[in-house]
Ligand binder design. Structure first.
Ligand code: SF4
Length: 701
């Protein structure tokens, strides 16, 4: 790129997908929010605003390493390819796995998925997005027949009632929060309700905060559905015309009972619950935003469907200012879903549920040996590594030794695994310490490709600086391995635009309007057009060549009947209850100024200044019971592990619950990883872990 030019890219952190402009001069890179990008219109949060401070090469992985010794790219690629081939020859295709990331670009993700599912012939590729929104994916698929988010960001601004369920919007999706706060300021009559056991920064703009008992969300939304029916607030015309399977859902909701009963199960004041139900019943323009507080649960899929049910029952889907809205955590969690990054998915929003879908993808790829059954989901995958069933794993752009539940067991499994390959930008992480072979990947600002944000908007990430050391793009590394494994014909890629065109062609291949994800109008983009691609929301096809702001406006869904489905939700509380030994519920989540395991944001002093060390927030009455002093060091213990954290006594906590951020790692200190405490309990449908509800005890250290 000419140094005088301004590059437009997309922030690499959260699923808001803010546009960023990079102004590169001879001696500096200046970054700013992109005022032309429809996700943020120039806004950035603290993390995005500090991106320029993360671009140096300090801590980067600069060349390939084998057991800590520098080797050439040729040798590294040969070793990985031959290592995987040997294990496949000796133990079969299911003895190998890829664990990838919502940080990868869509092009990287596409090639990784094609190699594992299409040509190695196993579906053992899963992603850290499993920990983030896989429950919402399954809920949307059950309700709409497709993993499709109906709404757009503008809908949240247009709504008269915004319900934020299990979402600390202010810290986890800060620019969307800024947009919501601005909309509420402009229209003070807008109402905001926050449903969260904690009082978070998001509550600053809330008219009502429901500090719900941890895990009780489906009871609350079933209770709401029952209330809507009793109050004649159901849109019977819409339900009759566009919804099926509603009888079971209404029947299950009836079991929720009256407001006093729902309030008791949810640990809420009857008056607060009544007020919420009243607001919801009378406010047509309602958006319900839901996030990890809903998804990270042993019943996360049901919770998502309980939310979607109330929108379908009131006909509040596919209309301006209305709809259920799952906001994703990572910058490309949705792009990963588009290419089949989850072990139970195929590319192009197809899956393993029918032979025709498998054959379609196999024909398109000319992959006779395509996998024919789902692979292992993240928690199952690491269990299979621990048991020796999986003997080789390639981890790309993620740090599971910090972020997976039962993180100590994940580390032990990797240390014992026959072959661990890690591609990453950073040299020293808790996971790279377990690797046999390290492959240096290009980082943000050095790589080219696309990402899809929470409103289905595809945006370009663009390179505006040279690669660090010998780092290479992930798609290039995977392509080189595929070629060395004998699949050169299917992996001819020399640039990301080629991969994007193939991905777009597959989305439209034999797609007679039956699949939501369709970007076939972009299949013939020339290289220059790909480079200049403007942010656009899928579907982008012959019916909608400029993209699609809102889905289901015609009341047609992607089910065989064309009707949406309400789900019979029988709520249950979290899998493991507190007891005398572990009397408090541990909730995990993000803080404002850190991202994931801090490998990038941890480099920035002003971001570190927000919270300088791991902490545990404890309600005052619990602190008294546990004899914890504010500012003291505490040991937290669960059935699975232990950690140390500084006590913060705070009445923002609900009694009986404590909160610890998810970010810290062994680079900061030993015993700093909260996921060492979290049990590997998952939703039976989505496989998403129950990261919001771990019984623990907290003692002065
Ligand atoms: Fe980046 Fe998310 Fe902040 Fe936007 S809101 S600047 S995408 S971290």
């Amino acid at each position: 790129m000419n140094a005088a030019q301004v590059a437009r890219s997309t922030c690499p952190y959260c699923g808001v997908g803010c546009g960023v402009t990079a102004n590169v001069s001879a001696d500096a890179v200046t970054l700013a929010g992109d005022i032309t990008h429809p996700a943020n219109f120039g806004r950035l949060c603290s993390k995005g605003a500090a991106l320029a401070d993360t671009l140096d090469h300090e801590g980067r992985l600069l060349y390939p390493l084998a057991n800590g010794v520098r080797i050439s790219w040729d040798e590294a690629l040969d070793r990985v390819a031959h290592g995987f081939e040997k294990i496949i020859a000796e133990h079969g295709t299911d003895a190998v796995a890829f664990y990838v990331s919502g940080q990868l670009l869509t092009e990287d993700y596409y090639v990784a998925n094609k190699l594992m599912k299409g040509f190695i012939g196993s579906a053992n590729i899963d992603t850290n997005s499993r920990l983030c929104m896989s429950s919402a994916v399954a809920a949307q698929k059950r309700a709409f027949g497709a993993d499709a988010v109906p709404v757009c960001y503008e809908d949240v601004e247009m709504a008269d009632l915004v319900v934020l369920a299990g979402s600390n919007y202010a810290w986890a999706h800060p620019v969307l929060y800024q947009r919501l706060a601005a909309a509420k300021k402009a229209r003070p009559e807008m109402r905001v309700v926050v449903i969260d056991p904690r009082r978070t920064a998001t509550c600053d703009i809330a008219d009502l905060h429901l500090a719900i008992a941890p895990g009780a969300d489906a009871f609350l939304f079933n209770g709401l559905l029952h209330h809507l029916r009793r109050e004649d607030a159901i849109d019977l015309g819409y339900v009759e015309a566009h919804v099926e399977s509603f009888a079971g859902a209404f029947e299950a909701a009836r079991a929720a009972g009256s407001i006093p009963k729902v309030a008791q199960v949810c640990g809420l004041a009857e008056s607060d619950l009544s007020e919420f139900f009243r607001l919801f019943a009378k406010t047509e323009r309602t958006v319900t935003v839901f996030s990890q507080g809903i998804n990270q649960s042993s019943s996360g899929v049901d919770k998502g469907n309980a939310i979607i049910n109330v929108h379908l029952a009131t006909g509040r889907v596919g209309k301006a200012g209305m709809g259920p809205f799952s906001v994703t955590g990572q910058p490309n969690a949705m792009g990963g879903r588009e290419v089949g990054g989850l072990a139970n998915q195929l590319a192009a929003h197809l899956d393993f549920s029918d032979a025709a879908s498998i054959d379609l993808v196999g024909r398109f790829w000319k992959a006779a040996g395509i996998a024919r059954k789902p692979g292992l989901k993240a928690v199952e995958m690491f269990h299979a590594i621990a048991s020796g069933k999986i003997k080789a794993v390639w981890i790309m752009g993620t740090n599971p030794v910090v972020s997976m539940p039962d993180a100590d067991s994940v580390r032990a499994a990797l240390m014992d695994c026959e072959l661990v390959v890690v591609s990453d930008c950073m040299r020293h992480t808790d996971t790279t310490a377990c690797a046999d072979i390290l492959l240096p990947a290009t980082g943000w600002g050095e790589k080219d490709g696309t990402v899809t944000n929470s409103e289905r908007r595809i945006s370009r990430q663009r390179a505006f600086m040279p690669a660090a050391g010998e780092a290479r793009p992930d798609w290039w590394i995977i392509t080189q391995i595929a070629q060395r494994m004998g699949f050169a014909e299917a992996f001819p890629y020399t640039q990301p635009a080629q991969i994007f065109r193939e991905h777009a062609r597959l989305s439209g291949f034999e797609n007679a309007g039956t699949r939501a994800f369709d970007i076939s109008a972009l299949a013939d983009l020339g290289d220059a057009d790909y480079d200049a691609l403007q942010p656009v929301q899928w579907p982008v096809n012959s019916q909608a060549p400029q993209g699609t702001q809102r889905l289901f406006v015609d009341g047609r869904f992607y089910t065989p009947s064309g009707k949406a489905r309400m789900t019979t939700v029988s709520p249950h509380l979290p899998a493991v209850a507190v007891d005398d030994n572990f009397p408090l519920v541990l909730n995990t989540g993000r803080i404002r100024d850190q991202w994931h395991t801090m490998t990038r944001t941890g480099k920035v002093p002003r971001l570190n200044a927000h919270q300088i060390e791991p902490f545990v927030q404890v309600q005052a009455s619990d602190a008294q019971l546990c004899r914890l002093q504010d500012g003291a060091l505490a040991r937290l213990t669960s059935r699975d592990g232990t950690m140390l954290a500084r006590v913060q006594v705070s009445d923002d906590q609900r009694p009986g619950s404590v909160f610890v951020p998810m970010h810290w790692n062994d680079g900061f200190a030993k015993l700093a990883r909260v996921d060492a405490l979290v049990a590997p309990i998952t939703d039976p449908i989505s496989g998403q872990p129950e990261s919001k509800h771990t019984p623990v005890r907290v003692e002065t250290y």
